[in-house]
Each structure stands twice: as structure tokens, then as C-alpha cells.
Design a protein around this ligand. Structure first.
Ligand code: GTS
Length: 269
């Protein structure tokens, strides 16, 4: 505020010969400061194909932070090529988020930036390390589900069983135990963090594959508590930017946009 008001006053000053150079310099520095403020205030812009994929966790985290954003959702390989031509994609890959004057790529980098900026990334280095361990496990599970639609029809049941086995034997027990051991409402530091938001996201994804998956995990009913948070509730309402599960149509959009082969899932396993 101080910078803004002093800039306005500075811009209104008469230029006397003795001060004109200084005033010019001052106004110039104010302009760049104002531009900086404008950049910081602009809504983040998300670039991805029109589906969940890697961007969905970014949508969830921004929603949990209460940040409004815009999306550029491409449908065709041509749209993606044009975006590459713009030179904004460091690795010619999406997700990409324009935010605070940067074009941020790499899903983890995007999520870390948002989590840090909006105080969803723990209070110190140790809490951040714990959050990282949780979210990386959730990411492993999330990736399996993300690539599931690419599996060959004859492999589908086997892969589904594998995902459910990993969810119930490897990943969910970790979060169940954490909540049980410290007896708090949230995974880390007794306040909502990136880990809670990503856990809710992945729980809902696994439930889409098997609706009673939480029956053996009473503490993961923390889900109900997180769902009740007003920002999360809003994101779960119909018409929000949340994307539906991959169906045949969105799978085709995805496949065509990146010219992906069907058996990519197996390679990622
Ligand atoms: N490590 C990157 C990240 O996490 O952001 C991987 C990004 C990535 O593979 N993106 C895919 C892509 O741009 C799109 S998607 O799989 O997320 O839908 N692929 C095109 C290419 O040429 O790699």
C-alpha cells in the first residue's frame, strides 16, 4: 500500500529542472513495481488437455488454497503443437501453469510452489519432509490409476487387482497409521496441508474403482472432515473445474493429443 500510494503521489509531482531526473527515475521504478503487483494479482492460468491427468492435483490444491484460476484446455494434437511453438514449455510438456510472471512446468514443481505460497506445506523443514514422503506415495498410487485406462483389455482385471492391492496393502495403511498414532485431525502439524488434499483426491479416485475400499481404514474417514471444508465442498460441487473420471471420449482426446500407445501403462508399471 505504501509503495502504491507513494507511487501515485510521485507520479503527480511537478517536474522542476533540479528534480526532474530523480522524479523520472522514481516514476520508472514505481511503474515496474506496479507491473509486478499486477502480475502477482493475476489469476493463475492452467494449460493442459481437457481431462484429469497430472493437472488434477494442481486443480485440487488451488481449490484448497481458495485461489481462482483460468484454464486453457486443449482438445487436439494441433492445440498442443501450438502451445509448444509458443516456447513457454521448458520440456515441450504439460502441465504448465502461468503464475506470478512465470511459466511453471513439472507437476511437482507446480505443486510445491502453490503449497509453499499458500501455507499448505508445513511449518518447517521436517514437516515438509514428511509431507513430501506422503505426497510421493500418493503420487505413485495416483499414477497407477492415471495410466489404468491405457491398459490392454485382456490385462485390465489383473491391473485393477494390482492397484487395489497396492492401495490397501502399501499406501493406505501408512496414512491410517499416521492419523491413528498422533490422533490429530490432519496428517501433518494438525492443520490442513498439501498431504491431506492429495490424500482426499486419491481416496476418491480409488473409491471410483472400488466403492467400499475404506471399510478396513476407519481413520481414513478423515475424508468426511476434509470434504466438509467450504473450499473443498465448493470444488466437489457440479460445475466446478474438477474433471470427471477418464471415460472413452476423454481417453481418446488424451491419446490423440500426445499420440500415445495403448500399452504405455505397462511400461510405467
Ligand atoms: N515429469 C513431467 C511432469 O510431472 O510434469 C511429465 C509431464 C508429461 O509427461 N506430460 C505429458 C506430455 O506433455 C502429458 S500428460 O501425460 O501429463 O497428460 N507429453 C508429451 C511429450 O512429448 O512428452
Amino acid at each position: 500500500m505504501f509503495a502504491l500510494s507513494s507511487c501515485i503521489q510521485g507520479g503527480q509531482q511537478e517536474e522542476s529542472s533540479s528534480t526532474s531526473v530523480l522524479v523520472r527515475l522514481f516514476v520508472l521504478s514505481c511503474l515496474s513495481e506496479n507491473q509486478e503487483l499486477r502480475i502477482m494479482a493475476a489469476k493463475p492460468k492452467l494449460y493442459y488437455f481437457d481431462g484429469r491427468g497430472r493437472m488434477e492435483s494442481v486443480r485440487w490444491l488451488l481449490a484448497a488454497a481458495g485461489v481462482e484460476y483460468e484454464e486453457v484446455l486443449f482438445q487436439t494434437a494441433e492445440d498442443f503443437k501450438n502451445l509448444i511453438k509458443s516456447g513457454k514449455l521448458m520440456y515441450d510438456q504439460v502441465p504448465m501453469v502461468e503464475m506470478d510472471g512465470m511459466s511453471i512446468v513439472q507437476t511437482r514443481a507446480i505443486l510445491k510452489y502453490i503449497a509453499t505460497k499458500y501455507n499448505l506445506y508445513g511449518k518447517d523443514l521436517k514437516e515438509r519432509a514428511i509431507i513430501d514422503m506422503y505426497v510421493e506415495g500418493m503420487r505413485d498410487l495416483n499414477d497407477m490409476i492415471m495410466f489404468f485406462p491405457f491398459s490392454l483389455p485382456e490385462e485390465k482385471q489383473k491391473i485393477l487387482n494390482y492397484i487395489l492391492e497396492r492401495a490397501t496393502q502399501r499406501f493406505f495403511p501408512v496414512y491410517e497409521k499416521a492419523l491413528k498414532d498422533h490422533g490429530k485431525n490432519y496428517l501433518v502439524g494438525n492443520q490442513l496441508s498439501w498431504a491431506d488434499v492429495q490424500l482426499l483426491e486419491v481416496i476418491l479416485m480409488v473409491e471410483e474403482l472400488k466403492s467400499d475400499i475404506l471399510s478396513a481404514f476407519p481413520k481414513l474417514q478423515f475424508k468426511a472432515r476434509v470434504i466438509r471444508l467450504p473450499r473443498i465442498q465448493k470444488f466437489l460441487q457440479p460445475g466446478s473445474p474438477r474433471k470427471p473420471p477418464v471415460d472413452d471420449a476423454s481417453f481418446e482426446v488424451w491419446r490423440k493429443a500426445y499420440n500415445i500407445d495403448k500399452n504405455v501403462f505397462l511400461q510405467h508399471m
